[in-house]
Ligand binder design. Sequence first.
Ligand SMILES: [Zn+2]
Length: 81
Amino acid sequence: MEREQNVGKTKIYGCPTCQADTPHVIKGQKGETSALLCSNCGTGSLVQNDELYLYQLHWEEELRQILGSLEHRLDDDRHFD
Ligand SMILES: [Zn+2]
């Protein structure tokens, strides 16, 4: 099944124990729910696939903004020559 393809992959999710966005390994999926395991503290979380998907979009957007601002800064540094 297509939905099994994410098992074993790592996704960023908000860990209730770490109180932070940490890498979570997808341990299994059943229907519309994924079982995640925090790779930092080992806490398990059950998350709706839709919610996880939206979380990745949000995270990737934030990451892109951070990387974008870093690139912008590097570009500025390069103007010295
Ligand atoms: Zn954790």
